[in-house]
Design a protein around this ligand. Sequence first.
Ligand code: NDP
Length: 369
Amino acid sequence: MDLAALLQLLIPSWSSVVLLGTFFAYLAAAGSILPGKVVPGAALPDGSRLYYRCNGLVSLLLLVALLGLGAWTDFLRPTIIAERGLELLSTTLIFSTLVTLVLYAAGCNSGSNSSSLKPHVSGNLIHDLWFGIQLNPQFIGIDLKFFFVRAGMMGWLLISLSVLARSVQDGDLSLSMTLYQLFCVLYILDYFVHEEYMTSTWDIIAERLGFMLVFGDLVWIPFTFSIQGWWLLRNSIELTTTAAVTNFFIFLIGYMVFRGANKQKHMFKRNPKALIWGHPPKVVGGKLLASGYWGIARHCNYLGDLLLALSFSLPCGLSSPVPYFYPIYLLILLIWRERRDEARCAEKYREIWAEYRRLVPWRIFPYIY
Ligand code: NDP
């Protein structure tokens, strides 16, 4: 494809604006109306807490059902996202930029002193736009940070399903595409089943809302994590049964480690005596879990996530690096993140952390790193 044609495909049309607007309007309405467990967020520096209604799973299932009905009654084409991928990408990018500017202007005008809304203006415009100046900005009662990450994860699924519809329509649904789609659906459904865990992640409790998170949630997650699906639309791969079975096992092991490690830490924080793999937990200094997955490596959850990311790309074979964008990006991100977290924990826990490091010397990959 030449540059002129590519640029032409990137120009947003009104229909992509309407598609995106309808998606956000649905999410805002569904998030406010549909039932869901209300989960308290972490305590903020001023002692207050936000409460999150975790109804992402029911919102997603209803959305998919409505889209299915729309496709069945010929009201909409299931392939529409796959057909308009590039212009949806640029529309979402423009939207993210506008949101960042509005967040900055609204933050600067906020007179609030609460931890959530107090503006932190550094004076460096680029820094403030990138990292944001408010911790938990709201719009019509909606917590925007929680809203955007939900939109990004659902957007990823919708893009993948539309790519799947395109592949079925073209009559070339392959084993590779089926595996990739299966992994995506399972991973995203699992994310929404465990949506409440999101409320205690670093992004939600500590990062301010600026371009980094808005763009990361709305553009980066849905459009780059789905590269494998787009790639499979244009490239045919013959997977052997052995390769497919091995791939499936990598997914399963990755899932077990990822979910198991995050769950063990979540349970330990709630009840430091909760059994780990049927045994009393090994605890360092009364605060750090040093058994189960947390006794294998200090960030075994990252290892699980990396295996999952690899399993999403393996269905594409090894002929091109393009479908490996996601695992490569994640590897860099998680190594960087682990280093930042290590520094934070060393500062917070001091000699307890040093003892934990002695007991569990591996950062992410046992016997390697
Ligand atoms: P973690 O869930 O690993 O949380 C790190 C925190 O956990 C530490 O700061 C410390 O916080 C606590 N902690 C660390 N070690 C122990 C221990 N042994 N016992 C008890 N508490 C401990 O970090 P993230 O929020 O970065 O990651 C959450 C998940 O999200 C991971 O599975 C990661 O793979 C995934 N992720 C995925 C990304 C993607 O793009 N796909 C991007 C980023 C993350 P405290 O002060 O509370 O003790």
